[in-house]
Design a protein around this ligand. Structure first.
Ligand code: NA7
Length: 470
Protein backbone atom coordinates (compact mmCIF):
# COMPACT_ATOMS: atom_id res chain seq x y z
CA UNK A 1 0.00 0.00 0.00
CA UNK A 2 2.79 2.41 1.00
CA UNK A 3 4.65 1.52 -2.20
CA UNK A 4 1.54 2.19 -4.28
CA UNK A 5 1.10 5.51 -2.48
CA UNK A 6 4.69 6.59 -3.10
CA UNK A 7 4.58 5.68 -6.78
CA UNK A 8 1.33 7.55 -7.33
CA UNK A 9 -0.56 4.39 -8.25
CA UNK A 10 -2.86 4.61 -5.25
CA UNK A 11 -3.85 8.16 -6.10
CA UNK A 12 -4.64 7.17 -9.67
CA UNK A 13 -6.65 4.15 -8.55
CA UNK A 14 -8.70 6.35 -6.23
CA UNK A 15 -9.34 8.98 -8.89
CA UNK A 16 -12.88 8.93 -10.20
CA UNK A 17 -12.93 7.84 -13.84
CA UNK A 18 -9.57 9.23 -14.93
CA UNK A 19 -9.62 10.16 -18.60
CA UNK A 20 -7.13 8.21 -20.67
CA UNK A 21 -6.35 8.45 -24.37
CA UNK A 22 -7.11 4.74 -24.85
CA UNK A 23 -8.88 1.89 -23.10
CA UNK A 24 -5.95 -0.36 -24.00
CA UNK A 25 -2.42 0.10 -25.31
CA UNK A 26 -0.69 -3.05 -26.54
CA UNK A 27 3.09 -2.94 -26.75
CA UNK A 28 4.34 -5.41 -29.37
CA UNK A 29 2.79 -6.34 -32.71
CA UNK A 30 3.52 -10.06 -32.89
CA UNK A 31 1.14 -12.98 -32.64
CA UNK A 32 -0.05 -12.26 -29.08
CA UNK A 33 -0.22 -8.47 -29.32
CA UNK A 34 -2.08 -8.42 -32.62
CA UNK A 35 -4.70 -10.89 -31.51
CA UNK A 36 -5.27 -9.12 -28.20
CA UNK A 37 -5.51 -5.66 -29.78
CA UNK A 38 -7.96 -6.79 -32.44
CA UNK A 39 -10.18 -8.68 -30.03
CA UNK A 40 -10.36 -5.71 -27.66
CA UNK A 41 -11.31 -3.49 -30.61
CA UNK A 42 -14.02 -5.96 -31.67
CA UNK A 43 -15.36 -5.66 -28.14
CA UNK A 44 -15.75 -1.93 -28.72
CA UNK A 45 -12.66 -0.64 -26.95
CA UNK A 46 -10.40 2.18 -28.09
CA UNK A 47 -7.09 0.46 -28.73
CA UNK A 48 -3.58 1.49 -29.72
CA UNK A 49 -0.84 -0.90 -30.77
CA UNK A 50 2.81 0.15 -30.60
CA UNK A 51 5.27 -1.93 -32.58
CA UNK A 52 8.88 -1.16 -33.34
CA UNK A 53 11.59 -3.56 -34.48
CA UNK A 54 14.99 -2.65 -33.10
CA UNK A 55 17.37 -3.66 -35.93
CA UNK A 56 19.64 -6.64 -35.26
CA UNK A 57 23.36 -5.88 -34.72
CA UNK A 58 23.73 -6.68 -38.45
CA UNK A 59 21.07 -4.08 -39.27
CA UNK A 60 18.22 -6.42 -40.20
CA UNK A 61 14.76 -5.08 -39.54
CA UNK A 62 11.19 -5.95 -40.57
CA UNK A 63 7.58 -4.90 -40.38
CA UNK A 64 4.50 -5.62 -38.31
CA UNK A 65 3.74 -9.23 -37.36
CA UNK A 66 6.51 -10.20 -34.97
CA UNK A 67 8.87 -13.14 -35.01
CA UNK A 68 6.56 -15.80 -36.44
CA UNK A 69 5.63 -13.90 -39.58
CA UNK A 70 8.93 -12.15 -40.26
CA UNK A 71 11.85 -14.10 -38.84
CA UNK A 72 10.39 -17.34 -37.50
CA UNK A 73 7.85 -19.98 -38.40
CA UNK A 74 6.76 -18.63 -41.79
CA UNK A 75 10.08 -17.91 -43.59
CA UNK A 76 11.67 -20.90 -41.83
CA UNK A 77 9.05 -23.27 -43.19
CA UNK A 78 9.33 -21.79 -46.68
CA UNK A 79 13.11 -22.27 -46.67
CA UNK A 80 12.55 -25.81 -45.52
CA UNK A 81 10.18 -26.24 -48.47
CA UNK A 82 12.92 -24.95 -50.80
CA UNK A 83 15.22 -27.63 -49.41
CA UNK A 84 12.57 -30.34 -49.83
CA UNK A 85 12.04 -29.36 -53.45
CA UNK A 86 15.74 -29.92 -54.07
CA UNK A 87 15.42 -33.36 -52.53
CA UNK A 88 12.36 -34.05 -54.69
CA UNK A 89 14.34 -33.10 -57.78
CA UNK A 90 16.97 -35.68 -56.92
CA UNK A 91 14.33 -38.29 -56.12
CA UNK A 92 12.45 -37.53 -59.33
CA UNK A 93 15.10 -39.26 -61.43
CA UNK A 94 14.23 -42.50 -59.68
CA UNK A 95 10.63 -41.89 -60.71
CA UNK A 96 11.53 -41.57 -64.35
CA UNK A 97 12.07 -37.84 -64.67
CA UNK A 98 14.98 -37.16 -66.94
CA UNK A 99 16.54 -33.73 -66.66
CA UNK A 100 19.90 -33.14 -68.16
CA UNK A 101 20.44 -29.47 -67.30
CA UNK A 102 22.54 -28.90 -64.25
CA UNK A 103 20.36 -28.05 -61.29
CA UNK A 104 21.48 -25.25 -59.00
CA UNK A 105 19.83 -23.16 -56.38
CA UNK A 106 19.58 -19.37 -56.31
CA UNK A 107 19.51 -18.08 -52.73
CA UNK A 108 18.57 -14.60 -53.94
CA UNK A 109 15.52 -15.83 -55.87
CA UNK A 110 14.38 -17.86 -52.88
CA UNK A 111 14.74 -15.07 -50.33
CA UNK A 112 13.15 -12.53 -52.64
CA UNK A 113 10.10 -14.75 -53.08
CA UNK A 114 9.89 -15.54 -49.38
CA UNK A 115 10.33 -11.93 -48.34
CA UNK A 116 7.64 -10.89 -50.77
CA UNK A 117 5.24 -13.36 -49.12
CA UNK A 118 6.29 -12.24 -45.64
CA UNK A 119 5.77 -8.62 -46.68
CA UNK A 120 2.24 -9.41 -47.84
CA UNK A 121 1.42 -11.08 -44.51
CA UNK A 122 2.78 -8.11 -42.62
CA UNK A 123 0.74 -5.75 -44.79
CA UNK A 124 -2.32 -7.93 -44.16
CA UNK A 125 -1.87 -7.41 -40.43
CA UNK A 126 -1.74 -3.65 -40.95
CA UNK A 127 -4.96 -3.73 -42.92
CA UNK A 128 -6.63 -5.91 -40.30
CA UNK A 129 -5.73 -3.39 -37.61
CA UNK A 130 -7.08 -0.56 -39.72
CA UNK A 131 -10.34 -2.41 -40.42
CA UNK A 132 -10.87 -2.92 -36.71
CA UNK A 133 -10.01 0.72 -35.96
CA UNK A 134 -6.94 -0.16 -33.88
CA UNK A 135 -4.53 2.77 -33.94
CA UNK A 136 -1.19 1.35 -35.10
CA UNK A 137 1.90 3.38 -34.36
CA UNK A 138 5.31 2.24 -35.57
CA UNK A 139 7.12 3.45 -32.45
CA UNK A 140 9.00 1.99 -29.50
CA UNK A 141 6.85 1.98 -26.36
CA UNK A 142 8.30 2.57 -22.91
CA UNK A 143 6.54 3.27 -19.61
CA UNK A 144 7.40 6.68 -18.20
CA UNK A 145 4.89 6.80 -15.36
CA UNK A 146 1.74 5.02 -14.28
CA UNK A 147 -0.72 4.58 -17.16
CA UNK A 148 1.58 6.51 -19.51
CA UNK A 149 4.00 5.43 -22.26
CA UNK A 150 6.49 7.29 -24.37
CA UNK A 151 6.44 6.24 -28.03
CA UNK A 152 9.62 6.92 -29.96
CA UNK A 153 9.64 6.56 -33.74
CA UNK A 154 12.45 5.78 -36.18
CA UNK A 155 13.38 9.46 -36.41
CA UNK A 156 13.62 9.79 -32.64
CA UNK A 157 10.38 11.80 -32.39
CA UNK A 158 8.57 11.23 -29.13
CA UNK A 159 4.87 11.14 -28.33
CA UNK A 160 3.10 10.28 -25.09
CA UNK A 161 -0.06 8.24 -24.67
CA UNK A 162 -2.11 7.14 -21.70
CA UNK A 163 -4.38 4.13 -21.29
CA UNK A 164 -6.51 2.47 -18.65
CA UNK A 165 -4.91 -0.92 -19.33
CA UNK A 166 -1.75 -2.17 -21.00
CA UNK A 167 -0.71 -5.47 -22.51
CA UNK A 168 2.97 -6.26 -23.00
CA UNK A 169 3.60 -8.65 -25.89
CA UNK A 170 7.17 -7.90 -26.84
CA UNK A 171 8.40 -11.49 -27.26
CA UNK A 172 12.04 -12.50 -27.46
CA UNK A 173 15.09 -11.83 -29.62
CA UNK A 174 18.15 -14.03 -30.26
CA UNK A 175 20.90 -14.10 -27.66
CA UNK A 176 24.57 -13.44 -28.42
CA UNK A 177 27.52 -15.25 -26.89
CA UNK A 178 29.42 -12.26 -25.52
CA UNK A 179 32.68 -13.42 -27.14
CA UNK A 180 35.05 -11.40 -29.27
CA UNK A 181 33.63 -10.83 -32.76
CA UNK A 182 30.11 -12.21 -32.20
CA UNK A 183 28.03 -9.08 -32.77
CA UNK A 184 30.38 -7.81 -35.49
CA UNK A 185 30.59 -10.94 -37.62
CA UNK A 186 27.98 -13.51 -36.63
CA UNK A 187 24.36 -13.62 -37.69
CA UNK A 188 21.24 -15.02 -35.99
CA UNK A 189 17.91 -16.28 -37.26
CA UNK A 190 16.84 -12.61 -37.35
CA UNK A 191 19.30 -12.12 -40.24
CA UNK A 192 19.45 -15.52 -41.92
CA UNK A 193 15.90 -15.62 -43.22
CA UNK A 194 16.33 -12.46 -45.30
CA UNK A 195 20.06 -12.70 -45.95
CA UNK A 196 20.75 -11.10 -49.35
CA UNK A 197 23.48 -13.57 -50.30
CA UNK A 198 23.95 -17.30 -49.94
CA UNK A 199 25.63 -17.94 -46.57
CA UNK A 200 28.03 -20.55 -48.01
CA UNK A 201 29.86 -22.85 -45.61
CA UNK A 202 28.07 -22.25 -42.33
CA UNK A 203 28.87 -22.96 -38.71
CA UNK A 204 25.71 -23.19 -36.63
CA UNK A 205 26.35 -22.66 -32.91
CA UNK A 206 23.75 -24.28 -30.63
CA UNK A 207 21.91 -27.56 -30.78
CA UNK A 208 18.33 -26.82 -29.94
CA UNK A 209 15.33 -26.49 -32.25
CA UNK A 210 16.24 -23.19 -33.94
CA UNK A 211 19.83 -24.36 -34.56
CA UNK A 212 18.85 -27.73 -36.01
CA UNK A 213 16.00 -26.38 -38.12
CA UNK A 214 18.35 -23.86 -39.75
CA UNK A 215 21.15 -26.40 -40.13
CA UNK A 216 18.69 -28.82 -41.73
CA UNK A 217 17.42 -26.52 -44.44
CA UNK A 218 20.85 -25.05 -45.17
CA UNK A 219 22.21 -28.54 -45.72
CA UNK A 220 19.13 -29.37 -47.81
CA UNK A 221 19.98 -26.41 -50.03
CA UNK A 222 23.36 -28.00 -50.66
CA UNK A 223 25.52 -25.95 -48.28
CA UNK A 224 28.36 -27.26 -46.17
CA UNK A 225 26.99 -27.14 -42.62
CA UNK A 226 28.70 -27.75 -39.28
CA UNK A 227 26.85 -27.69 -35.95
CA UNK A 228 28.78 -26.93 -32.77
CA UNK A 229 27.11 -28.64 -29.83
CA UNK A 230 27.87 -27.52 -26.28
CA UNK A 231 26.31 -30.48 -24.47
CA UNK A 232 23.68 -32.61 -26.22
CA UNK A 233 21.34 -32.30 -29.17
CA UNK A 234 17.86 -31.02 -28.34
CA UNK A 235 18.26 -30.92 -24.60
CA UNK A 236 14.94 -31.55 -22.89
CA UNK A 237 13.53 -33.59 -25.78
CA UNK A 238 13.09 -37.36 -25.82
CA UNK A 239 16.68 -38.69 -25.97
CA UNK A 240 15.95 -41.50 -28.39
CA UNK A 241 14.26 -39.09 -30.83
CA UNK A 242 16.98 -36.45 -30.42
CA UNK A 243 19.67 -38.97 -31.36
CA UNK A 244 17.68 -40.16 -34.35
CA UNK A 245 17.32 -36.54 -35.51
CA UNK A 246 21.10 -36.12 -35.21
CA UNK A 247 21.80 -39.35 -37.13
CA UNK A 248 19.42 -38.42 -39.95
CA UNK A 249 20.98 -34.96 -40.21
CA UNK A 250 24.39 -36.58 -40.45
CA UNK A 251 23.08 -38.64 -43.35
CA UNK A 252 22.05 -35.34 -44.97
CA UNK A 253 25.67 -34.28 -44.74
CA UNK A 254 25.62 -32.13 -41.59
CA UNK A 255 28.83 -32.34 -39.56
CA UNK A 256 28.61 -32.19 -35.75
CA UNK A 257 31.34 -30.90 -33.45
CA UNK A 258 30.43 -32.21 -30.02
CA UNK A 259 31.37 -30.61 -26.70
CA UNK A 260 32.90 -27.45 -28.10
CA UNK A 261 32.01 -23.77 -27.64
CA UNK A 262 33.31 -20.85 -29.67
CA UNK A 263 35.54 -18.37 -27.88
CA UNK A 264 36.49 -15.99 -30.67
CA UNK A 265 35.37 -15.05 -34.18
CA UNK A 266 37.75 -13.22 -36.50
CA UNK A 267 37.18 -11.84 -39.94
CA UNK A 268 39.64 -13.20 -42.51
CA UNK A 269 38.00 -11.69 -45.56
CA UNK A 270 35.26 -9.13 -46.03
CA UNK A 271 32.49 -9.73 -48.51
CA UNK A 272 29.17 -11.37 -49.01
CA UNK A 273 29.48 -13.79 -47.37
CA UNK A 274 33.23 -13.30 -46.61
CA UNK A 275 35.39 -15.66 -44.53
CA UNK A 276 35.52 -16.04 -40.75
CA UNK A 277 37.86 -17.91 -38.47
CA UNK A 278 36.30 -19.44 -35.38
CA UNK A 279 38.36 -20.50 -32.39
CA UNK A 280 36.57 -22.96 -30.12
CA UNK A 281 37.44 -24.71 -26.90
CA UNK A 282 36.45 -28.06 -25.53
CA UNK A 283 33.89 -28.14 -22.72
CA UNK A 284 35.66 -31.16 -21.26
CA UNK A 285 39.31 -30.14 -21.25
CA UNK A 286 41.78 -27.62 -22.53
CA UNK A 287 41.70 -28.65 -26.17
CA UNK A 288 41.05 -25.89 -28.71
CA UNK A 289 40.21 -26.05 -32.39
CA UNK A 290 39.95 -23.62 -35.29
CA UNK A 291 37.74 -23.62 -38.33
CA UNK A 292 37.08 -21.36 -41.30
CA UNK A 293 33.54 -20.68 -42.46
CA UNK A 294 31.72 -18.18 -44.64
CA UNK A 295 28.99 -17.62 -42.08
CA UNK A 296 28.57 -18.19 -38.35
CA UNK A 297 24.96 -18.52 -37.27
CA UNK A 298 24.29 -18.20 -33.54
CA UNK A 299 21.25 -20.08 -32.25
CA UNK A 300 22.06 -20.20 -28.55
CA UNK A 301 18.73 -19.19 -27.10
CA UNK A 302 16.47 -16.17 -26.99
CA UNK A 303 16.09 -13.39 -24.44
CA UNK A 304 12.83 -11.69 -23.58
CA UNK A 305 12.49 -8.06 -24.60
CA UNK A 306 11.78 -6.49 -21.23
CA UNK A 307 14.88 -4.48 -20.41
CA UNK A 308 14.04 -1.16 -22.04
CA UNK A 309 10.32 -0.97 -21.42
CA UNK A 310 10.50 1.19 -18.30
CA UNK A 311 8.93 -1.64 -16.28
CA UNK A 312 10.89 -0.66 -13.19
CA UNK A 313 9.32 2.81 -13.31
CA UNK A 314 5.87 1.42 -12.64
CA UNK A 315 6.86 -1.67 -10.66
CA UNK A 316 6.19 -4.56 -13.06
CA UNK A 317 8.09 -7.54 -11.64
CA UNK A 318 10.29 -9.65 -13.88
CA UNK A 319 12.22 -12.83 -13.15
CA UNK A 320 15.73 -11.92 -12.03
CA UNK A 321 17.10 -15.01 -13.73
CA UNK A 322 15.39 -14.88 -17.13
CA UNK A 323 14.17 -11.28 -17.39
CA UNK A 324 10.73 -12.64 -18.30
CA UNK A 325 7.54 -11.08 -16.96
CA UNK A 326 5.89 -12.71 -13.98
CA UNK A 327 2.11 -12.99 -14.22
CA UNK A 328 -0.69 -14.72 -12.36
CA UNK A 329 -3.13 -17.17 -13.96
CA UNK A 330 -5.03 -14.24 -15.45
CA UNK A 331 -1.86 -12.97 -17.19
CA UNK A 332 -1.88 -9.98 -14.86
CA UNK A 333 1.49 -8.59 -13.77
CA UNK A 334 2.42 -7.20 -10.36
CA UNK A 335 0.84 -3.92 -11.53
CA UNK A 336 -2.90 -4.60 -11.69
CA UNK A 337 -3.65 -2.70 -14.92
CA UNK A 338 -0.68 -4.19 -16.82
CA UNK A 339 -0.99 -7.63 -18.44
CA UNK A 340 1.34 -9.66 -20.64
CA UNK A 341 0.99 -12.45 -23.23
CA UNK A 342 3.23 -14.60 -25.42
CA UNK A 343 6.88 -15.60 -25.25
CA UNK A 344 7.73 -12.70 -22.92
CA UNK A 345 6.05 -14.57 -20.04
CA UNK A 346 7.89 -16.57 -17.43
CA UNK A 347 6.97 -20.24 -17.13
CA UNK A 348 4.20 -20.33 -19.74
CA UNK A 349 3.96 -22.35 -22.94
CA UNK A 350 5.60 -20.60 -25.90
CA UNK A 351 5.04 -19.98 -29.59
CA UNK A 352 2.45 -18.50 -31.90
CA UNK A 353 -0.66 -20.67 -31.42
CA UNK A 354 -0.49 -20.16 -27.66
CA UNK A 355 0.08 -16.42 -27.99
CA UNK A 356 -2.78 -15.93 -30.48
CA UNK A 357 -5.24 -17.74 -28.27
CA UNK A 358 -3.95 -16.16 -25.07
CA UNK A 359 -4.15 -12.65 -26.56
CA UNK A 360 -7.73 -13.15 -27.65
CA UNK A 361 -8.84 -14.70 -24.38
CA UNK A 362 -7.13 -11.98 -22.37
CA UNK A 363 -8.99 -9.27 -24.29
CA UNK A 364 -12.26 -11.08 -23.74
CA UNK A 365 -11.54 -11.41 -20.04
CA UNK A 366 -10.65 -7.73 -19.78
CA UNK A 367 -13.40 -6.28 -21.91
CA UNK A 368 -15.93 -8.97 -22.71
CA UNK A 369 -17.60 -9.22 -19.36
CA UNK A 370 -17.65 -12.49 -17.48
CA UNK A 371 -16.81 -15.66 -19.34
CA UNK A 372 -18.89 -18.02 -17.17
CA UNK A 373 -22.60 -18.58 -17.52
CA UNK A 374 -24.39 -20.19 -14.73
CA UNK A 375 -27.53 -22.29 -15.30
CA UNK A 376 -29.51 -23.41 -12.28
CA UNK A 377 -32.77 -24.67 -10.91
CA UNK A 378 -34.41 -25.95 -7.76
CA UNK A 379 -35.99 -29.36 -8.20
CA UNK A 380 -38.38 -31.67 -6.36
CA UNK A 381 -37.37 -35.34 -6.49
CA UNK A 382 -40.25 -37.73 -7.21
CA UNK A 383 -39.50 -39.71 -4.07
CA UNK A 384 -40.02 -36.53 -1.99
CA UNK A 385 -43.42 -35.65 -3.48
CA UNK A 386 -45.63 -38.27 -1.81
CA UNK A 387 -43.89 -37.62 1.48
CA UNK A 388 -44.53 -33.90 0.92
CA UNK A 389 -40.96 -33.00 1.67
CA UNK A 390 -39.89 -29.49 0.83
CA UNK A 391 -40.04 -28.80 -2.91
CA UNK A 392 -37.37 -26.12 -2.89
CA UNK A 393 -34.43 -27.75 -1.17
CA UNK A 394 -32.79 -29.67 -3.99
CA UNK A 395 -30.70 -27.59 -6.30
CA UNK A 396 -28.84 -28.19 -9.57
CA UNK A 397 -26.26 -25.84 -11.00
CA UNK A 398 -23.77 -25.96 -13.86
CA UNK A 399 -21.15 -23.42 -14.81
CA UNK A 400 -20.32 -23.07 -18.49
CA UNK A 401 -17.41 -21.31 -20.14
CA UNK A 402 -18.86 -19.04 -22.83
CA UNK A 403 -15.43 -18.71 -24.45
CA UNK A 404 -15.24 -22.45 -25.04
CA UNK A 405 -18.55 -23.15 -26.67
CA UNK A 406 -20.31 -23.29 -23.30
CA UNK A 407 -18.15 -26.13 -22.04
CA UNK A 408 -19.30 -27.29 -18.63
CA UNK A 409 -16.57 -26.37 -16.16
CA UNK A 410 -18.55 -26.64 -12.94
CA UNK A 411 -21.18 -29.13 -11.77
CA UNK A 412 -23.10 -28.94 -8.50
CA UNK A 413 -26.00 -30.92 -7.15
CA UNK A 414 -27.78 -30.90 -3.81
CA UNK A 415 -30.24 -33.75 -3.42
CA UNK A 416 -30.59 -37.54 -3.16
CA UNK A 417 -27.83 -39.66 -4.72
CA UNK A 418 -25.72 -36.60 -5.43
CA UNK A 419 -22.52 -38.66 -5.47
CA UNK A 420 -23.88 -41.18 -7.99
CA UNK A 421 -25.13 -38.41 -10.27
CA UNK A 422 -21.88 -36.51 -10.09
CA UNK A 423 -19.77 -39.56 -10.87
CA UNK A 424 -21.38 -40.01 -14.28
CA UNK A 425 -21.32 -36.35 -15.23
CA UNK A 426 -17.69 -36.08 -14.07
CA UNK A 427 -16.67 -38.48 -16.84
CA UNK A 428 -18.73 -36.52 -19.34
CA UNK A 429 -16.93 -33.35 -18.24
CA UNK A 430 -13.60 -35.06 -18.79
CA UNK A 431 -14.80 -35.75 -22.34
CA UNK A 432 -15.54 -32.05 -22.93
CA UNK A 433 -19.23 -31.88 -21.99
CA UNK A 434 -20.97 -28.75 -23.27
CA UNK A 435 -24.37 -27.21 -22.50
CA UNK A 436 -25.50 -28.19 -25.98
CA UNK A 437 -24.58 -31.84 -25.33
CA UNK A 438 -26.55 -31.75 -22.10
CA UNK A 439 -29.55 -30.30 -23.93
CA UNK A 440 -29.24 -33.00 -26.60
CA UNK A 441 -29.19 -35.77 -24.01
CA UNK A 442 -32.43 -37.65 -23.45
CA UNK A 443 -33.27 -37.62 -19.75
CA UNK A 444 -33.95 -40.88 -17.95
CA UNK A 445 -37.31 -40.40 -16.32
CA UNK A 446 -38.04 -40.16 -13.49
CA UNK A 447 -34.61 -39.53 -12.02
CA UNK A 448 -32.91 -36.62 -10.27
CA UNK A 449 -30.09 -36.53 -12.79
CA UNK A 450 -32.43 -35.72 -15.68
CA UNK A 451 -32.76 -32.18 -14.36
CA UNK A 452 -29.38 -31.45 -15.96
CA UNK A 453 -30.78 -32.14 -19.45
CA UNK A 454 -33.43 -29.46 -19.13
CA UNK A 455 -31.64 -26.52 -17.51
CA UNK A 456 -32.87 -23.31 -19.11
CA UNK A 457 -32.64 -20.50 -16.61
CA UNK A 458 -29.41 -18.60 -16.19
CA UNK A 459 -28.60 -17.13 -12.84
CA UNK A 460 -27.92 -13.78 -14.50
CA UNK A 461 -31.52 -13.64 -15.81
CA UNK A 462 -32.84 -13.55 -12.24
CA UNK A 463 -35.86 -15.62 -13.33
CA UNK A 464 -37.80 -17.55 -10.71
CA UNK A 465 -36.61 -21.13 -10.19
CA UNK A 466 -38.86 -22.15 -7.31
CA UNK A 467 -40.94 -25.35 -7.67
CA UNK A 468 -44.55 -25.82 -6.71
CA UNK A 469 -44.93 -28.29 -3.85
CA UNK A 470 -47.65 -29.75 -1.66
P1 NA7 B 1 17.20 -22.91 -26.68
O1 NA7 B 1 16.07 -23.87 -26.84
O2 NA7 B 1 17.28 -22.08 -25.48
O3 NA7 B 1 18.57 -23.71 -26.88
C1 NA7 B 1 19.80 -23.06 -26.90
C2 NA7 B 1 20.84 -23.94 -27.54
O4 NA7 B 1 22.07 -23.22 -27.59
C3 NA7 B 1 21.13 -25.20 -26.73
O5 NA7 B 1 21.50 -26.22 -27.61
C4 NA7 B 1 22.30 -24.74 -25.84
O6 NA7 B 1 23.12 -25.79 -25.42
C5 NA7 B 1 23.06 -23.87 -26.79
N1 NA7 B 1 23.87 -22.86 -26.11
C6 NA7 B 1 23.46 -21.99 -25.17
N2 NA7 B 1 24.46 -21.20 -24.80
C7 NA7 B 1 25.54 -21.60 -25.50
C8 NA7 B 1 26.88 -21.17 -25.54
N3 NA7 B 1 27.31 -20.18 -24.78
N4 NA7 B 1 27.72 -21.78 -26.39
C9 NA7 B 1 27.28 -22.78 -27.18
N5 NA7 B 1 26.03 -23.25 -27.17
C10 NA7 B 1 25.16 -22.65 -26.34
O7 NA7 B 1 17.22 -21.90 -27.88
P2 NA7 B 1 16.70 -21.88 -29.36
O8 NA7 B 1 17.23 -20.61 -29.92
O9 NA7 B 1 16.96 -23.12 -30.11
O10 NA7 B 1 15.12 -21.77 -29.18
C11 NA7 B 1 14.55 -20.75 -28.41
C12 NA7 B 1 13.07 -20.79 -28.51
O11 NA7 B 1 12.70 -20.33 -29.80
C13 NA7 B 1 12.47 -22.15 -28.37
O12 NA7 B 1 12.10 -22.44 -27.05
C14 NA7 B 1 11.25 -22.04 -29.24
O13 NA7 B 1 10.22 -21.52 -28.45
C15 NA7 B 1 11.61 -21.05 -30.30
P3 NA7 B 1 22.89 -26.56 -24.02
O14 NA7 B 1 21.90 -27.65 -24.30
O15 NA7 B 1 22.37 -25.52 -23.05
O16 NA7 B 1 24.22 -27.06 -23.65
Amino acid sequence: MAKAHRSGLLQRLLQQDPVYDYDLIVIGGGSGGLSCAQEAAILGKKVMLLDFVVPSPRGTSWGLGGTCVNVGCIPKKLMHQAALLGQALTDSRKFGWEHSRQVKHSWATMTEAIQSHVGSLSWGHRLALREKAVTYVNSYGEFVEHHKVKATNEKGQEAFYTAAKFVIATGERPRYLGIQGDKEYCITSDDLLSLPCCPGATLVVGASCVALECAGFLAGLGLEVTVMVRSVLLRGFDRDMAERVGASMQQLGVRFLHKFVPVQVQQLEKGLPGRLKVVAKSTEGTETMEGVYNTVLLAVGRDSCTKKLGLEKIGVNISEKTGKILVNDEEQTSVPYVYAVGDVLEGKPQLTPVAVQAGKLLARRLFGGRSEKVYHTLFWPLEWTVACRDSNTCYAKIICNKLENDRVVGFHVLGPNAGEITQGFATAMKCGLTKQLLDDTIGIHPTCGEVFTTLEITKASGLDITQKGC
